[in-house]
Design a protein around this ligand. Structure first.
Ligand code: PGA
Length: 254
């Protein structure tokens, strides 16, 4: 089952706009029950955009690593679950750029999984060099971000490969399908090393970074991505619907 996850970042400006976009995405998601569609709105909108049946699921964009406490501004996994979230993005490069370390990411991922949330862990290199040092960079980030996470949690893990140079409005270009394919194999190898063959192999691997309705099919088919993590385009309900339908292939029910 393909996973199409939308990371709304710090958009849109109002709850009414957020509800409107979510409503339109839910209509598309309902047509493709064979696709796991997840939207990750900003925290204040989560409870209003309840999961719509089994086809539209809700995630958060971050979470804290403690269950409760005197932690001004932080949000626990249990709070997220209580307002209807079942997914959380952890270690997005935009949060890492604000100072989040691999250790922080590992603590967040561990508690979120323990609390029953599915974790979309983001990894990706800053730059690509011709010697291939980015493979080691991604491997080190993956290992450090998963440090101490037991094999039994692997079923709650999803890894999103998001090369930083391919993300956002300043991206130079999306990664190519070939860039993704080789990194997918690399990531899978290290997941198998950490969690064992059966558990490691089952972890879905998504591509993220300048995905749109034109390049999505390439990643999903030739790239063999288990899904996509989409920023800008996930706020455009029509374009996201087009991606969901590509991921759904022939499973359309209406
Ligand atoms: P983008 O963002 O699709 O706007 O490049 C992807 C992401 O940051 O998850």
């Amino acid at each position: 089952m393909k996973i199409i996850a939308g990371n709304w970042k710090m958009y849109p400006k109002s709850l009414s706009e957020a509800k409107d976009i979510a409503r339109r995405i839910a209509i598309a998601a309902r047509k493709y029950p064979g696709v796991r569609t997840v939207i990750c709105p900003p925290f204040p909108f989560i409870s209003a955009i309840r999961s719509s049946g089994k086809t539209l699921l809700i995630g958060a964009q971050d979470v804290f690593w403690e269950e409760e406490g005197a932690r001004t501004g932080e949000i626990s996994p249990a709070m997220l679950r209580s307002v209807g979230a079942s997914f959380v993005i952890v270690g997005h490069s935009e949060r890492r750029a604000l100072g989040e370390s691999d250790r922080d990411v590992a603590k967040k991922a561990a508690l979120a999984m323990k609390s029953g949330l599915s974790v979309i862990l983001c990894v990706g290199e800053k730059e690509r060099d011709t010697a291939g040092a980015y493979f080691a960079e991604v491997r080190d980030e993956l290992f450090a971000s998963l440090e101490g996470i037991p094999r039994s949690f692997a079923k709650k893990l999803i890894v999103a490969y998001e090369p930083i140079w391919a993300i956002g409005a300043k991206a130079r270009r999306p990664a190519t399908v070939e860039d993704f394919r080789e990194m997918r194999i690399h990531i899978k190898k290290h997941l198998v090393e950490q969690f064992g063959k059966a558990a490691g192999f089952r972890v879905p691997i998504l591509y993220g970074g300048s995905v749109d309705e034109r390049n999505a099919a390439g990643f999903l088919r030739e790239g063999e991505a288990d899904g996509l993590l989409i920023g800008r385009v996930s706020l455009d309900a029509e374009k996201l619907a087009a991606v969901i339908s590509l991921a759904g292939g022939r499973t359309r029910t209406t």
